[in-house]
Write a protein of this length. Structure first.
Length: 152
């Protein structure tokens, strides 16, 4: 009767691991599209949120901020993402410094809303490196050094 252990083992294997089914757990939409993308910070209910925009190739930090200034695309607008970054804002230069990165914009940074600044700083942080402090220059004014208020 050496095979008597086989039946209980088979019963245990068929019974599964004891995980019971649950209801659907809702969360953010599943990612789709190419693996590469740009992390852009748009607004939802007035708060910045990271939105991954699928792209065929990686962008430079300047191009990522330029993309942010273009505003939400059609799909993002349908999901009710908005922006306070003025249209046409472009990055004129970005320079790494020992204390962070200085980003020079075409817009006067003194006229940017606090939410627009957060959008730009968070987008710049994600495209450069986490934890870096960002100083914004533009229109003869300076804001910073600043950190993204959201975890990175």
């Amino acid at each position: 009767m050496r095979k008597s252990w086989f039946v209980p083992l088979l019963v245990l294997a068929v019974a599964g691991c004891g995980i019971r089914p649950s209801a659907v757990i809702r969360g953010a939409p599943a990612p789709s599209g190419p693996a590469n993308g740009a992390g852009l910070y748009f607004l939802t209910d007035g708060q910045p949120v990271r939105v991954l925009r699928p792209l065929a190739e990686a962008l430079s930090p300047a191009a990522t901020i330029d993309l942010l200034a273009g505003g939400p695309d059609e799909n993002e607008r349908e999901q009710r993402y908005t922006t306070e970054v003025p249209p046409g804002t472009t990055v004129l230069d970005h320079v790494a410094r020992p204390d962070g990165v200085t980003v020079t914009l075409s817009a006067d940074v003194a006229g940017l809303s606090a939410r627009a600044v957060d959008q730009i700083v968070c987008t710049a942080r994600d495209s450069l490196s986490a934890g870096v402090r960002i100083t914004l220059l533009g229109g003869g004014n300076e804001r910073g050094p600043l950190s993204c208020p959201l975890p990175g």
